[in-house]
Design a binder for this molecule. Structure first.
Ligand code: ATP
Length: 299
């Protein structure tokens, strides 16, 4: 288990992360989210031992973070961290041996992973000669080469086409199913919804929302109703509890304050003749994120 307890980080007088708390169990993918400058990278660096925390405690499988435990962590950073003058194999040997692997083990693991990511032919090519997407594959391979028990993925799909995004998703799920702990960070809320059962949102270093995605959605009172039919925006807006009405293509999306107001909209629909669709939808994580982060910014 990864345990982050009451962790605070100051850069000089500047408070970058305030009293952060979360746990990740084996086989769990945890979403760590926030807008630019929220404190995510600072948190990753403290977990990987690259940066000292000011206060609090971080333990991985019961042991405090130090150089003996960092071999168990893999980190795919948002900024490229490859030695681009090296070949893929040279980079793997350098990095793998730093993580305590033998040369033989690095070579056998690298061969398996290059094949899995369909880039075997680039093994002896300089990294700088590879395309952006293939460099991202190499970067991902480096973060999992040593089979870490904790894997930190910061915008892992950056620069990838849709087919390779699917490939990365499969590999990430394989790691989860094999019992790895994964921290997943992305500005793409649809990807976060796909992977993460638990998540935390940081705003200016403070936790503004934390918990299971399902509970977060249940607690968020607003609901969306999708309607296709002969309805009028101005009439919908007059209904009790309706907050906003948007038209997208043929469809009207009606936001209501909470579940109880759905019936008022339904009563209105019953007075109309041609209604083909009436569906109540959960809010998306994107909506919740924008509202919660927006609220916290205004404080
Ligand atoms: P992004 O999504 O843009 O990568 P982030 O959530 O990763 O952002 P951090 O890089 O952790 O954010 O930065 C958090 C805050 O700490 C920011 O206000 C940043 O300017 C500040 N900060 C980061 N590193 C330093 C440093 N070395 N010295 C002083 N302030 C820093």
């Amino acid at each position: 288990m990864l345990k982050v307890e009451n962790v605070t980080k100051y850069y000089g007088d500047f408070l970058a992360v305030k009293n952060l708390n979360f746990n990740i169990d084996k086989g769990e993918i945890f979403g760590l989210l926030g807008v630019n400058g929220a404190g995510k990278t600072t948190t990753f660096r403290m977990i990987t031992g690259l940066l000292d925390k000011t206060e609090g405690e971080i333990t991985l499988n019961g042991k405090p973070i130090d150089y003996t435990i960092t071999d168990e962590i893999g980190f795919l950073t948002e900024e490229r961290s490859l030695l681009t003058k090296l070949t893929v194999k040279e980079q793997a040997l350098f990095y793998g041996q730093l993580k305590g692997m033998t040369k033989k083990k690095v070579e056998s693991e690298l061969d398996k992973l290059l094949e899995r990511f369909h880039i075997t032919e680039y093994k002896d090519r300089k990294i700088k000669e590879l395309s952006k997407g293939n460099q991202q594959k190499v970067q991902f391979i480096m973060s999992i080469l040593h089979s870490p028990s904790l894997l930190i993925l910061d915008e892992p799909f950056s620069g990838l086409d849709p087919i390779n995004i699917e490939l990365f998703k499969q590999v990430i799920l394989e790691y989860k199913n094999n019992g790895s702990m994964i921290i997943f960070s992305s500005h793409r809320m649809d990807h976060v919804e796909y992977f993460c059962e638990k998540l935390l949102i940081l705003v200016k270093g403070e936790t503004v929302l934390e918990g299971k995605l399902k509970d977060i959605k249940d607690d968020y009172k607003k609901k969306n109703i999708e309607i296709i039919g002969d309805v009028k925006k101005e009439e919908l807006l007059k209904i009790n509890g309706v907050l906003k009405v948007e038209k997208s293509g043929q469809e009207y999306i009606v936001s209501v304050k909470e579940k109880n107001y759905v019936n008022d909209v339904f009563d209105y629909i019953k007075t109309k003749k041609n209604v083909e669709k009436f569906v109540v939808e959960e809010p998306t994580l994107n909506e919740i994120f924008i509202e919660r982060v927006g609220e916290s910014y205004e404080k």
